[in-house]
Design a protein around this ligand. Structure first.
Ligand code: SF4
Length: 294
């Protein structure tokens, strides 16, 4: 069995920066994280060992410490200011590429465009993006476009971790539904997401089974799993090496490994080591036949 790691996989610079800032803040004194720093339960567990407490971004009063941390997914200016106004010292770990998406949306609104965000309406990043623009609409599927009010000018951005192809398809559909309107699209899908998606496509050309490592509620990890299936591979998404199941594998199989942008390096390393162990213990074809009595 051959095991190949995707050329681009795992933790991105935005998550690394957020982790570093959180470590530094925790060293300075007691802090409360407003939500999940990134969508990975192993990272949550690690932060708990540093004494980082848990609060909620949209519930003022959910932090008993003076220091609070805004996650890498960002927040609306309204929420950020509200926490500052209640006397909290805010450490803001918003990824610079999420900030870029906020700036792009603000510029479009200032320019008179009706704001449209492509993404998951319940995701914390998207809630932050639209939080300062109550008129903004969030769309994820073509059917959602029917709910948009008619406007002369639409300004479109996307959640940073959406698959670019889906985003481009929706922008095209919006143009077709409103041929008389101007549709201005700013591509805010982040570079690490694009790299991981295209590296996965390469991996799927030579592998039959793909192991995707990352948090179950991590959007970009889920997108990698879905993409691997769309490319015709069998994909298994796991958070931890102990979830690997030997029955998924067989001798001679080409197995690819990738990981979401919030996955720790050591988790990916452990998964690869575990896979090597499984590969070394796969039954020899002869042994298998004799076990089956053939
Ligand atoms: S996935 Fe992209 S936007 Fe999110 S933290 Fe990483 S680099 Fe930033």
């Amino acid at each position: 069995m051959n095991i190949t790691l995707a050329k681009h996989h795992g933790m991105c610079f935005g998550v690394r920066q957020a982790l570093r800032s959180t470590h530094d803040a925790a060293k300075r004194g007691p802090v409360t994280l407003l939500g999940q720093l990134v969508h990975n339960p192993l990272v949550d567990a690690h932060l708990r060992t540093l004494g980082v407490q848990q609060g909620e971004l949209d519930r003022l009063g959910s932090a008993s410490t003076q220091g609070v941390i805004i996650s890498a997914h960002g927040a609306s200016d309204r929420d950020r200011s509200a926490w500052k106004q209640t006397g909290h010292q805010v450490t803001d770990t918003t990824c610079p590429l999420v900030r870029k998406a906020h700036d792009a949306l603000a510029t479009l609104v200032e320019g008179g465009y009706f704001p449209v965000v492509i993404g998951q309406s319940t995701h914390v990043e998207v809630r932050g993006l639209v939080g300062d623009f109550p008129q903004a609409r969030v769309v994820l599927e073509e059917g959602d476009l029917d709910q948009l009010p008619h406007h002369r000018r639409y300004g479109v951005i996307s959640q940073t971790t959406q698959p670019l192809l889906r985003v481009l398809r929706l922008v095209e559909a919006l143009k077709q539904q409103h041929p008389q309107s101007e549709v201005r699209f700013v591509d805010t899908v982040c570079h690490p997401t694009k790299q991981r998606q295209s590296a996965l496509e390469d991996l799927c050309r030579r592998c039959t089974v793909i192991i995707v490592v990352g948090g179950r509620n991590s959007n970009n990890t889920r997108q990698l799993t879905e993409a691997a299936r769309q490319f015709g591979c069998t994909a298994h998404q796991i958070e931890h090496p102990s979830e690997l199941n030997a029955t998924w594998f067989s001798r001679g199989l080409e197995v690819g490994v990738t990981a979401g942008t919030s996955t720790l390096d050591e988790t990916v390393r452990d998964v690869v080591e575990h896979l090597k162990m499984i590969a070394a213990n796969l039954p020899q074809p002869g042994i298998l036949s004799s076990m089956l009595g053939r």
